[in-house]
Design a binder for this molecule. Structure first.
Ligand SMILES: *[C@@H]1O[C@H](CO)[C@@H](O)[C@H](O)[C@H]1NC(C)=O
Ligand SMILES: *[C@@H]1O[C@H](CO)[C@@H](O)[C@H](O)[C@H]1NC(C)=O
Ligand SMILES: *[C@@H]1O[C@H](CO)[C@@H](O)[C@H](O)[C@H]1NC(C)=O
Ligand SMILES: *[C@@H]1O[C@H](CO)[C@@H](O)[C@H](O)[C@H]1NC(C)=O
Length: 401
């Protein structure tokens, strides 16, 4: 099947209703320019990974289970491990929902005196166990693991583009939304850039303007430019030369999600990770425990680094860009309203990796769960629509120009 005239018809109707051709032309033009920038390091998108090459790991709780299950909106066909807090429900959940390739495991809330808590909230330890429990359960049956909160949505088109640049057999932990100084995302966080990343293409930053930033600048400087690490990011690679024994702090943000290669997960055995977490107290969350133990095992996070190629890096963060939430929440509507004419908007629709819904900000968890399905559909429609715009050959030139 080469051409779907129905899609075309719908899209043309939508365009007529909402966008003028001048706006569309701007969109084409802008998208073309962005492709050039990205082409600098996205070398191959030839390998399109099917969904069953991914597994999903997340933790939830009885009250939030509708959120965990609403991640089905993006993960059709993926094996998924869900850690929950009610042991009696687990056999039932496993029987009923195996049709969604879901596996439920039990781990209780952390009930202990405050001084002995491994992380802040009672459910954090359970969240931290999920990725390691998932690898233990699924074994070597996948290439990439998507790990997030139960209200994290992954955008698979962006995920596929991202992982296509990395060898899944090498140990990779991917995110560009890292904690630093109790905030996230922060570009000061200790991390690496992908091997071969062209750091001279990094856009001028205020630090550079002040003449302090270069590849060997300490992270204390406001805009630390991480090292492109080959072939993968060791802990040493992630630290600036001026601070070779740096620590990772909070690590990657759990709500924004993290992507792990099977090559990494093979090295992080469940029992070792439990032993690691048992030795940590007062981490800021499950994400902190996971990041700390990855770090202690010798690995740092790799930032895809795309954001650094722009003057406004924070608007180009791929893992839950806070600056771009307003349109990633409902991209097809924003296109329809004519609000997606900027380079950032079309770029992020195509490349964004994740969105953190923040279930608690909705009137109820079931409503938040419904919103998760809405976001995934809206995003998929937006990507499809941008494809229609780009496919100019199939269409006569616009009238009246
Ligand atoms: C756990 O689930 C069972 C079965 O649905 C229920 O009877 C029980 O009250 C639940 N326990 C808690 C602590 O939520
Ligand atoms: C790296 O980026 C700089 C600045 O954009 C550019 O001049 C140079 O050609 C690039 N090098 C490679 C190997 O792409
Ligand atoms: C650069 O210098 C200006 C003026 O001294 C200062 O206000 C600004 O914070 C500096 N920027 C960085 C990133 O250090
Ligand atoms: C990088 O910055 C540091 C600190 O400002 C400076 O000492 C060093 O010479 C610079 N290196 C290069 C290659 O410019």
């Amino acid at each position: 099947m080469t051409y779907d005239s129905q899609v075309h018809q719908l899209a043309v109707t939508a365009m007529a209703a909402s966008l003028r051709w001048q706006q569309l032309i701007i969109l084409f033009w802008v998208y073309g320019a962005v492709s050039l920038v990205s082409a600098a390091y996205i070398e191959s998108e030839s390998e399109v990974l099917p969904n069953d090459e991914f597994v999903v790991a997340l933790a939830s709780a009885t009250t939030r289970l509708s959120l965990a299950q609403a991640t089905r909106s993006y993960r059709a066909g993926m094996q998924t491990l869900i850690m929950t807090d009610n042991e009696t429900m687990v056999p039932f959940l496993n029987t009923v929902y195996s049709k969604y390739r879901e596996v439920y495991k039990y781990h209780p809330d952390e009930h202990t005196v405050a001084e002995k808590m491994h992380a802040k909230n009672p459910g954090d330890y359970r969240a931290a166990l999920a990725p390691f429990a998932a690898h233990l359960h699924f074994g070597d049956t996948y290439k990439w693991m998507l790990y997030g909160d139960d209200d994290t949505v992954f955008f698979m088109p962006g995920v596929r583009k991202l992982v296509a640049q990395f060898d899944h057999n090498l140990p990779f932990a991917l995110s560009d939304n890292l904690w630093y100084d109790s905030n996230h995302p922060r570009l000061e966080a200790f991390r690496c850039l992908p091997c071969g990343f062209n750091t001279s293409a990094v856009r001028t930053t205020s630090a550079e303007q002040n003449g302090t930033a270069n590849a060997t600048t300490a992270a204390k400087d406001p805009f630390f430019i991480p090292r492109p690490a080959c072939p993968f990011c060791s802990r040493t690679d992630a630290c600036p030369p001026s601070e070779p024994d740096c620590t990772i702090g909070g690590g990657a943000h759990g709500g924004a999600g993290m992507i792990f290669s099977v090559g990494l997960m093979r090295k992080l055995l469940y029992d070792d990770m439990v032993a690691c977490m048992e030795r940590i107290y007062h981490c800021s969350g499950g994400d902190c425990l996971v990041s700390q133990c990855i770090w202690r095992a010798g690995y740092g996070f790799t930032d895809p680094g795309i954001s650094l190629l722009y003057d406004d890096p924070y608007a180009h963060i791929l893992f839950d860009s806070l600056a771009s939430r307003w349109f990633l929440r409902n991209p097809i509507e924003q296109i329809y309203l004519g609000n997606c004419n900027s380079e950032v908007c079309s770029y992020l629709v195509r490349n964004a990796v994740s969105f953190h819904l923040r279930g608690k900000s909705y009137p109820s968890f079931p409503k938040a769960a419904a919103a998760m399905f809405g976001i995934v559909e809206s995003h998929a429609a937006a990507v499809e629509f941008l494809d229609v715009l780009e496919d100019t050959e199939s269409r006569p030139p616009p009238r009246g120009t």
